[in-house]
Design a protein. Structure first.
Length: 243
């Protein structure tokens, strides 16, 4: 009986690893490298035997090398409970009014938006004669100036109840974005500056659009505005519910 030699053929492939993302802490987890496998197809190896019947044996599939997944660095996104920016901020002291409190003896959630509005006016509008204003106050409050500052979007996250205090709250402000005709104003509302440590009560964002008072169309930011606001440009707030 003649002996036949059979060659085993090898076949290799890669199992595609589907990308995914994890948002447990805001970090993104990318897919690892595809895992490579090599298998050997079953082959029949003739063996000597008596008569016309011969026995054969199968070689079991073998798995050789498996490439281990490469660990990837996990980067945490900024959340509303972590530091947002180290850039310069505007500190605006805002006193509470008795009418800001509600039946639960703390500042009502709607009153907080009024407090932010007061801080925003002090930061942006040019002061009256004799008043002191920050360098960012470059928008005329006069209707004759022909520029309207309209709120396009507001978002706020309350982190702790605000009790009544005679000392002013420390509202810290910066810019999360300076666009063509709009700006993103970021706020953090802290307890009075004398507290050690200060309590963070709330964080908020307002998108303000400059609009022509006559045509109602957006107006481009002037170079004066960009120069005044640029030093206070920092990272925008990423809120906890978006993690």
């Amino acid at each position: 009986m003649s002996r036949r030699s059979s060659r085993s053929r090898t076949r290799s492939w890669s199992s595609p690893a589907a990308p995914w993302s994890s948002r447990t802490t805001g970090g993104s987890l990318t897919a690892s490298r595809p895992t490579s496998w090599r298998t050997r197809e079953p082959t029949r190896t003739p063996t000597s035997g008596t008569g016309s019947r011969a026995t054969s044996r199968r070689t079991r599939p073998t798995r050789s090398s498996v490439s281990a997944p490469t660990p990837r660095h996990r980067t945490a996104r900024r959340t509303a409970s972590s530091p947002v920016t180290d850039n310069p901020r505007l500190h605006v002291p805002i006193h509470l009014r008795w009418g800001d409190l509600d039946a639960f003896n703390h500042v009502n959630n709607t009153s907080m938006l009024k407090l932010l509005e007061e801080a925003r006016v002090r930061v942006f509008w040019t002061p009256e004669a004799g008043d002191v204003a920050p360098p960012t106050a470059v928008i005329s409050s006069s209707v004759e100036a022909g520029v309207l500052t309209l709120i396009a979007r507001q978002e706020i996250e309350y982190l702790a109840p605000v009790p009544y205090r005679r000392e002013p709250l420390d509202i810290q402000m910066w810019f999360g974005k300076i666009g063509g005709s709009s700006i993103e104003v970021c706020y953090e509302v802290y307890s009075p500056t004398g507290d050690d440590p200060q309590t963070l009560y709330a964080r908020a964002t307002s998108v303000v659009v400059m609009v022509d008072a006559v045509t109602g169309r957006p107006l481009r930011l002037t170079e004066t505005m960009r120069e005044a606001w640029g030093p206070y440009l920092g990272d925008p707030i990423v809120y906890g519910h978006r993690r």
